[in-house]
Design a protein around this ligand. Sequence first.
Ligand SMILES: Nc1ncnc2c1ncn2[C@@H]1O[C@H](COP(=O)(O)OP(=O)(O)O)[C@@H](O)[C@H]1O
Ligand SMILES: [Mg+2]
Length: 451
Amino acid sequence: MATDQDQLQRRITALTTLQNIAQELMTELDLERLLRKILNAAVEVLNASEGSLWFWEPTDELVVLVSEDPGLVGYRMPANEGIAGWVFTHCEPLIVGDVNEDERFAQHVDDYSGFHTRSLIAVPLMTPTEKLGVVQVVNKKSGEQFDEQDQELLSALSAQAAIMYVNARLVQEVEQEKNRVISLQDQMFKKLARDLHDGPAQTLAAMMMDVEFILKLYEREPERVPAELQELRDAAAKTLDQVRNAMFQLRPLVLETQGLEPALEQYVERRNTKEGMNIHLDVRGLDDRLPARVETLCFAIIHEAIGNVKKHAEAENAWIVVERKGNKLFVAVRDDGTGFDVASTQANYDARGSLGLLNIQERAEVLGGRYAIESTPGRGTLVYLIVPLFDGQEGAARGDDAEASFVNQRKRSTGPLGFGGNDSLSPIANNGRRKGTGPLGVLGQNGQDES
Ligand SMILES: Nc1ncnc2c1ncn2[C@@H]1O[C@H](COP(=O)(O)OP(=O)(O)O)[C@@H](O)[C@H]1O
Ligand SMILES: [Mg+2]
């Protein structure tokens, strides 16, 4: 029979298209292009006139990320509204022959776009572990209604597309991560170059002038030469110290060979004796070596935080606490200095040339850790971070108790920060990229990020 033949032919064409599409999607790693291709494919396979991809967002809304109608991109509505919302919440496909007869239809979408929807089909866009959103296709070109076969095709396409999407997203995240690490490194090199320029390069230039001076002095007033040479030696010693500091900052040898605890001991000893600082070090649970990048980045963070204490805090004391509990590493740097207004520093960050706190945050993020800074003018500053050492449900669950008690302890401790009155676990900034808590992502004393 001709109709059966037609049906069969139609099915074969559709399946071939589907297969071609799947292959094409597989090679597309650019998220935006991928989404566009998914939508084009859906509209083409179903021979429809329009379509849109709705994605769920943490505000519990569905938002149009791609649409044949560019005006609709960015349109959002509550995640349980409209046909798309129904399909999303029920995780079931739906065909609506006539939208006028379905009260779930969200007329405001048409009102907004100026498009006239007659009939539509929507299927969930999801992987076995994640609900992403909804693929919605409207108005068959032939004027017919969507049928079971359309639904089957669209569901198959959507299932493939969801996996491709998750893959491409992962690739994008890895790419972003890589760029972050590169830019972090770049900043470190720039800082080092600046330090070398401001420190050793300048002293060496001055020393060369001194040598010229001493050469002339040797002819005119040789008796003054020994005193001048002594000054020169002191300057050389100072330069050597600066170079050693820079080297230490770049990668303390002891960190590599002996680990974080000895490196911190050496570092604290160095700053206490050479710079008259009063840093108290408390390291616990570090009998085993930590992963190299955890050691390096934690050291760099502590280095940066102590650098800030020295530079800004006018503190009498500083405390470094590093504690490993199960699969988490807790790090805190506290001082009893002037403190500062975190929120306003944060707000002016773009205008400032400084990057210290930003570097701390970025390093914490590279470690997949959580970081926060709390400070009150006149009452010191506390920088802390919590770094996961391994993945794993069990460890994570145990870690959360440990986390609360660590933070509370840091706050209750009798230091001049005087967090003692506040028993509640103050929020820890979860600076995950998807959360975006401002340019610094740090919390002021009244931080309201509840993670
Ligand atoms: N421990 C601290 N005590 C007092 N003020 C601090 C402390 N840490 C940071 N700050 C303030 O935050 C600002 C930003 O710090 P940072 O990003 O490291 O930049 P920089 O140190 O180059 O100024 C500092 O200029 C300072 O005003
Ligand atoms: Mg700084």
